[in-house]
Design a protein around this ligand. Structure first.
Ligand SMILES: O=C1O[C@H](COP(=O)(O)O)[C@@H](O)[C@H](O)[C@H]1O
Length: 269
């Protein structure tokens, strides 16, 4: 059953609330298909960056009818918003998660799948990935921002941890202040594994579309904090609150549990 909160604007944010993860997954698939169609119509290509975590299973309906047939998969170019520094066959790998749960179920072109090198150091992998993205911006596989030299992905899909982290951007971490690099690395992630590669905030906030997909009651408190317009006076903003595309669209996809502490959220019976 749809909730009355679905599609409502909360403090200028498009926050869509669904009864359960199945309904959310259905609407997320429709949203991704629409954004993909628009990008392919506008520029012949769809450049999408994926996160890991719960997002991938929430993309499951995109692998089913009608999307497995109607989406123009050959035009998709796939990237990762963040990656853990582990082998691609390791259970912690965001690439492996997407490969097993999504990429092997849809007809994407293997050479369009741009994963992060798992056989070098975190620092080198971040440098290489930024280099690759710079090349693909030059050839316009990825668009460029109208306001900076940043890449403009057609769609960036994020999850959010209970602590308010997005990608591998954790609360109070110095990489939140990074303004030059497009891709960077950390070696002290509070959530294992410690070494990670991540897009920086300027890249995420330059995207044409950003969706933050969150389920579960353990994230409800944080969802309220980060979707609420008010700044918390005594602490720096959580990473998820810093997701504010400068010239793009931001949509929050929540299930009822994740939305349960939202101020003013009303659910229909
Ligand atoms: O460590 C990570 O966590 C976030 C959130 O994951 P979730 O399972 O709580 O949704 C994820 O978006 C990120 O890609 C991943 O590396």
């Amino acid at each position: 059953m749809a909730l009355s909160g679905a599609g409502k604007q909360t403090n200028g944010r498009d926050v869509r609330i669904y009864e359960n993860s199945d309904e959310l997954s259905t609407e997320l698939a429709e949203y991704i298909a629409e954004v993909s169609e628009t990008a392919v119509k506008d520029r012949g290509i769809f450049a999408i960056a994926l996160s890991g975590g719960s997002l991938i299973s929430l993309m499951r309906k995109l692998c089913e009818t009608p999307y497995n047939k109607t989406v123009d998969w050959a035009k998709w170019y796939i990237f990762w918003v963040d990656e853990r520094v582990v082998a691609k066959s390791h259970q912690d790998s965001n690439y492996k998660l997407a490969k097993d749960g999504f990429l092997t179920k849809v007809p994407v072109i293997p050479s369009h799948v741009h994963s992060i090198n798992d056989s070098v150091s975190a620092e080198q992998a971040a440098e290489e990935y930024e280099f690759l993205i710079r090349q693909l911006v030059r050839t316009r596989v990825i668009s460029v921002s109208d306001f900076s030299d940043c890449p403009k992905f057609d769609l960036i899909l994020l999850g959010m941890g209970p602590d308010g982290h997005v990608a591998s951007l954790f609360p109070d971490h110095s990489v939140l202040k990074e303004t030059e690099a497009w891709v960077t690395f950390i070696i002290d992630s509070p959530k294992p594994p410690p070494e990670r590669i991540t897009f920086t905030l300027p890249v995420i906030n330059s995207a044409s579309n950003v969706a933050v997909v969150v389920t579960g009651s353990n994230k409800a408190e944080t969802v309220n904090i980060v979707t609420n317009g008010d700044a918390e006076p005594d602490r720096p903003p959580l990473p998820a609150k810093m997701i504010q595309p400068s010239n793009g669209e931001l949509v929050w996809f929540l299930d009822k549990a994740a939305a349960s502490k939202l101020d003013g959220a009303k659910f229909s019976e």
